[in-house]
Design a protein around this ligand. Structure first.
Ligand SMILES: C[S@@+](CC[C@H](N)C(=O)[O-])C[C@H]1O[C@@H](n2cnc3c(N)ncnc32)[C@H](O)[C@@H]1O
Length: 196
């Protein structure tokens, strides 16, 4: 999924919004981005990312910026493309963050968001719900010896908005050419769009 998103946005100067431990940034740098700016509010995540991306940082191709995606410390049109992975589902100020993505993106720039959304309708969704409600808490108890956090994870995925709803929020934020591409039978999506 991150590789797919990176293949779409990994050109020119790229923002990895909610970069965390830097996997999408690494994929974008590997895909040919001239520079990747990692934005995250967590210094702890950056400690992991810095170790992973040390050679790119030494070469001046990766930079780390602490900040909030809903109030980005960048000028208008600062980025050729913007990517994110597993960010928007957990952001209460999602519309503000999408507005900021649009602001810092050049005209014609691409956006890609890889994430897990609410289970799809139909048989795949029914099987996925059983997996979330039964197997995820079971594995959580067995392997991590912690059932409640895994039950919370399952509930948060099921209570989340769908990929189509997220695509609608992107449209409302002013993006064009939006498409939600399903991965793993619709359990996850890479949602792509363009700044008009
Ligand atoms: C689930 S992690 C995903 C990290 C990474 N993108 C990946 O693919 O592994 C979500 C990340 O978003 C960051 N984050 C959440 N809300 C944020 C916000 N409002 N501003 C900046 N970063 C945020 C968290 O600190 C965390 O590193």
């Amino acid at each position: 999924m991150r590789r797919d998103a990176a293949a779409f946005v990994g050109r020119g100067v790229v923002l990895d919004a909610g970069a965390g431990s830097g996997d999408l940034a690494a994929a974008c740098a590997g895909a040919g981005a001239s520079r990747v700016v990692c934005l995250d509010r967590s210094p702890e995540m950056f400690r992991v990312a810095r170790a992973k991306l040390a050679s790119y940082e030494r070469a001046g191709r990766v930079r780390f910026v602490l900040g909030d995606v809903a109030r980005m410390p960048f000028r208008d049109g600062a980025f050729d493309n913007v990517g994110s992975a597993f960010l928007f589902r957990n952001i209460p100020a999602m519309d503000a963050a999408l507005g900021e993505v649009r602001r810092v993106l050049k005209a014609g720039g691409r956006v890609a968001a890889a994430d897990v959304f609410a289970p799809p309708k139909g048989l795949t969704g029914a099987v996925y719900r059983i997996y979330l409600n039964v197997m995820v808490p079971f594995w959580g108890r067995l392997i991590a010896r912690a059932g409640p956090p895994y039950r919370y994870l399952s509930a948060s995925i099921q209570n989340c908005f769908s990929a189509e709803e997220f695509a609608g929020r992107l449209a409302a934020a002013g993006f064009a050419d939006i498409r939600a591409e399903p991965k793993f039978f619709g359990i996850a999506y890479v949602v792509k769009g363009r700044s008009p």
